[in-house]
Design a binder for this molecule. Structure first.
Ligand code: MOS
Length: 720
């Protein structure tokens, strides 16, 4: 491939989406389909002693009610490494409020809802802990992240800073609700679901229901926003699948948002204590950082990962990162857009800003001077790092040199306080293996099947760009098949490795196809595009199959991919570490009387290696920045300490950013290939887009007001 920048292209699925013809999982309909509704537990902990279903069965239209006895017991843990155990199905044991205890099946959605409301539950309930500070919460330290000797280095520091920060419980709220439709026919189970990992869904349903995975197909062609909520197996999938098997009819469940709040993963409440030390030259030489977060009794979302980005942000040679779970009785937290660094880089980049002020340094210059090309955790080089380029270009576009340093010194004529803030972010660049099939037909159509999930981030557009730029094919009959276990082995799409998992394989398929065409034509000059060339030599089609590995991976990774395994390489490799980077520059304006904070402009410059799809890459950053605003100034899940569960569990009460809050978001890319990351030189973007942006906003609020606010979300009352 050449290293020339990729062209800006419209989304390949834009017209269908605008016309409403794109089929999302909830759009699917089948004849004789039953509608399902889950029944949530009323208590947070204990054991169910009875489920009374008589009244529910009397509701006209209710066909059947599934209870724990309709499911096999959970599989025994094997003790081997491998895919995580499937989520439990229906159980008498209750671990959190809202846990599904029954599934009502009916001829209509209304009857299913009415039936679910008519179920009576009885419990022997137990005391529970709803938040970190509740009685009965259990602290569980996890492994440290260490570079050098931070205690010794801190003792020698000339200037130090220490501060604590907090990020609240926050829930993903994709517009698309969690949904599953299952069809059992001719000995096969087909599941239509919004999933970021259809192979994981397949494996977990098979394990939960004791089915041969070979008879399970899962399809998720389009996802209406994933953000990590749809990456791990969903508890309701096996419930709906079992309902289809037991009734012999297609079954559909669309979970109401209020239930999603109670069963889906979420961003846990986390607390961060950061200490940084600087030497006489203004170099950050030491950091001690303790992070802890709320965790379910059995959850595995690791607090250690809060350190993965801060440890590599600057050339801090001595770093000690400690972390702990605080186990309580709610459902498990999990991955949510920029999962750990959203919180940890809010904390760390706030602390770096505080330090810059304490030293009297410009926060951009201070960051630039603390750059590194080394991953001090491993001692290896960072494979490509252009964070300083991001900072310099961002400062130029933003007009940073016009900033007056003193907090509270920039005011509009009407008294509006203006604040300019900066912060940086980084996120691991990783790569799963892929298997892809490319077929060009003489009839004008092309089909490319590979691993990947389209959540709106634009992976279909990026794949199409590779195929269209590399091959002379008709663009109107190009079919990209992803998110389908029947088309190609599907690796989970998450952690910003979507493009790395699909694009290098697509590029290899293009090369292989060009070679196959050259071989077929044996030097003959044949007129027309590839379809016409095939037609003129009377070949109905040409097909190539390729596989692509992450750096250092071998055939085992391909075998694991075929088995539905989780086989991501990076960001640490034997010789180097690969990260993506971003710098955000933010202007906030704070209304003098209401203290309402708005963000009229942002400049965000990213180093994500090569940019394959400029249009959708830009949108990823805009989305990340909008969410960072929301996370910093709006979003907090209110936990019900009396009963467990959540109070603001709908979009009326869970407040998110709106258009009026945010003005222009100017996006730029360094767009330099990382030759070590993969053959195309891309590093991944979706997660890093958000990292650091919340800190840039709160740093701007400090610059506007002189108030350092260390607990998110910042609300109007904090500025009164
Ligand atoms: Mo991402 S939060 O790993 O989908």
């Amino acid at each position: 491939m050449t290293a020339a920048p990729f062209k800006d292209r419209a989304r390949v699925d834009a017209y269908d989406k605008v016309r409403g013809t794109t089929q999302y999982a909830a759009d699917i309909q089948f004849p004789r389909m039953l509608y399902a509704m889950t029944v949530p537990s009323h208590v947070a902990k204990g054991r169910m002693t009875a489920i009374v279903t008589d009244a529910a069965m009397q509701v006209p239209g209710v066909v059947r009610i599934l209870t724990p006895t309709d499911f096999p017991p959970p599989p025994e843990p094997t003790g081997e490494d491998g895919p995580p155990p499937p989520p439990p199905t229906l159980e008498m044991k209750i671990a959190y409020r809202g846990q599904p205890i029954a599934l009502v099946l009916a001829e209509t959605l209304e009857a299913a809802v009415q039936g679910a409301e008519a179920i009576r539950q009885r419990f022997a309930d137990a005391p529970f802990s709803s938040v970190i500070d509740s009685e009965g919460s259990e602290r569980e330290p996890v492994e440290d992240w260490v570079a050098g000797n931070s205690e010794q280095a801190m003792a020698g520091a000339v200037t130090t800073i220490e501060a604590s920060y907090e990020s609240p419980t926050q829930h993903h709220n994709p517009i698309e609700l969690l949904t599953t439709t299952a069809v059992w026919a001719d000995g096969r189970l087909t599941i239509y679901e919004c999933s970021q990992g259809v192979n994981v869904t397949k494996g977990s349903v098979a394990a939960a229901l004791r089915l041969d995975p070979a008879i399970v197909d899962v399809k998720s062609a389009y996802i209406g926003g994933g953000f990590g909520q749809k990456g791990l197996p969903q508890r309701q999938t096996a419930l709906v699948a079992q309902a289809a098997i037991l009734t012999g009819r297609p079954v559909k469940l669309v979970l109401p948002r209020g239930q999603i709040f109670h069963v889906a993963t979420y961003r846990p409440n986390s607390r961060h204590k950061v200490q940084i030390g600087v030497d006489a030259t203004g170099k950050m030489i030491a950091a001690n950082y303790h992070a802890e977060h709320e965790q379910s009794r059995t959850g595995f979302f690791s607090p250690a990962e809060y350190h993965e980005s801060p440890i590599r942000m600057y050339g801090i040679e001595n770093y000690r990162g400690t972390a702990a779970n605080i186990r309580i009785d709610r459902q498990a937290p999990g991955y949510m857009r920029a999962p750990h660094p959203q919180a940890s880089c809010f904390a760390f980049e706030s602390a770096v800003d505080e330090l810059a002020y304490k030293l009297g340094r410009d926060p951009v210059a201070f960051r630039i001077e603390n750059d590194t090309q080394i991953d001090h955790k491993t001692g290896n080089p960072l494979s490509s790092r252009f964070l300083n380029e991001c900072l310099i270009e961002g400062a130029r576009r933003f007009g940073w040199e016009k900033r007056s340093d003193a907090p509270g010194s920039m005011k509009a004529a009407d008294g509006t306080q203006i604040g300019w803030g900066v912060a940086a972010g980084c996120y691991p660049s990783m790569m799963p293996p892929a298997i892809a099939t490319l077929r060009i037909n003489a009839n004008g159509s092309t089909r490319f099947a590979t691993s990947g999930h389209e959540m709106g981030q634009g992976i279909r557009t990026a794949i199409a760009a590779i195929l269209i730029e590399g091959l002379d094919i008709s663009t109107d009959k190009l079919e990209v098949v992803i998110g389908d276990t029947t088309a190609a082995p599907q690796h989970m799409t998450a952690g910003s490795w979507g493009t790395a998992g699909a694009i290098p394989g697509a590029a290899k398929a293009v090369e292989r196809m060009r070679a196959a065409v050259a071989e077929l034509l044996e030097g003959r000059q044949v007129a027309g595009n590839l379809h016409q060339q095939l037609a003129s030599v009377r070949r109905p089609f040409l097909q190539v199959e390729v596989s692509e590995l992450g750096p250092g991976q071998n055939a085992d990774a391909i075998a694991a991919l075929r088995q539905g395994g989780f086989v991501v390489a990076g960001p640490e490799y034997p010789e180097f570490t690969t990260m993506s980077y971003i710098a955000h520059f933010v202007e906030v304006r704070i209304e003098p009387r209401t203290r309402r904070i708005r963000m009229p402009r942002v400049v965000s410059i990213a180093d994500c290696g090569r940019v394959v799809s400029p249009r959708t890459a830009g949108s990823q950053i805009r989305g990340g920045v909008v969410w960072a605003f929301s996370a910093a100034l709006r979003e907090a899940t209110e936990i019900d300490r009396r009963f467990g569960g959540y109070l603001n569990n709908d979009l009326a009460d869970y407040v998110v950013a709106v258009n009026a809050d945010i003005g222009e978001i100017d996006v730029g890319f360094v767009d330099k290939p990382d030759p070590l990351a993969n053959s195309v030189g891309l590093k991944g973007l979706g997660e890093v887009a958000m990292v650091g942006a919340s800190a840039a906003i709160t740093n701007a609020v400090f610059h506007a007001t002189g108030k350092r606010l260390r607990e998110l979300p910042i609300r109007i009352e904090h500025l009164l």
